[in-house]
Design a protein around this ligand. Sequence first.
Ligand code: GDP
Ligand code: MN
Length: 392
Amino acid sequence: MKIHEYQAKEILAKYGVAVPKGEMANTPEEAAAVARKLFAEGANGVVVKAQIHAGGRGKGGGVKVAKNRDEAETHVKNILGMQLVTHQTGPAGQKVQRLLIEETAAIDRELYLGIVLDRATGKLVYMASQAGGMEIEEVAAKTPEAIFKEAIDPAVGFGAWQARKLAFALGLKPTQINAAVAFLQSLYKAFMDTDASLIEINPFITTKDDKLFALDAKITFDDNALFRHADIKALRDTAEEDPLEVEASKYALNYIKLDGTIACMVNGAGLAMATMDIIQYAGGSPANFLDVGGGATQEQIEHAFEILLSDAHVKAIFINIFGGILRVDRLATGVVAAAKKLNVKVPIVLRLEGTNVEEGRKILAESGLNFQVGATMKEAAELVVAAAKGVK
Ligand code: GDP
Ligand code: MN
């Protein structure tokens, strides 16, 4: 689960991570009030920051510095409600519905800090770089030696010696080292306590008066651990997510929208991947990834159908099920019920194997509906690609 920058900063502040003074605003009036307050309290400038679940906002025009209240109000007017396009949003962009108004900092250096899980080694990796403020993906691709890494032993945790090593690698002044070590350790503690899967501070800045701040903050949480963090779960902003994915998550369906024309309903993530591959191989393109899970209920299958059909790009549906825990006859009953209830117009191709497959095929054949059944996965994929192209 992703959260906004202002939420990430609120969490980090609780762990003693220094963040600039500021507040979130939903309306131009709220934003103006925050700016007024910050100037009244002595700020030399404020920065108006679009809050969306994507990075690269600065380049896209979603981060603007203002020297006075008038400038701040102009930036607020321009940014709030804009369709912000960044390299992470895709061409359609994301509508800005919230702002963060913060006191500006007198930036000396822009550095980078990140903690992520390295799946290859099964360890967290603490990353630091002097090349902050820019796209870290680009730094990693062009000058990987500019990123320093410390692997964290899960049994030992992040050692103070490692924090010192990274602080020195960042080229910090002797007067900044102790504060940097504390900063790095606080960040690690926040990561562990919240069951995060990623924390990124880009830029992590030093100021002209020798202070350190998290100028930007990104935290992603492990969905599997959210059950034990009700406070974090409450930070979810579904306005930032794909509406169909939000709908799917209500029914515990693993759904990811893609941009093809063939909707897939599959049980098991591995089979879902293979299904997408074979659709491509047969010359089609999948409209989604959908894993209904091993023990899908008839109700879940109905909801899955509704979600697949809400995607206007869908031209055909491919149901590829291996009946294990989910018996094929139960699936077939669910499919028939859903297809009748929802008055499905697009062609449906199925490939069924496993427990009670004969009963399942019979239910489909006797339904009076026009299903095509492929004998093998390959044949079914070819049938569905042809159906999506309007060719029988
Ligand atoms: P991102 O583009 O989505 O990663 O947004 P950031 O929060 O990282 O902001 C982008 C850039 O705006 C930063 O790298 C800074 O250069 C600049 N910026 C952000 N806040 C301030 C600020 O308070 N003062 C100044 N001078 N620049 C800022
Ligand atoms: Mn950033």
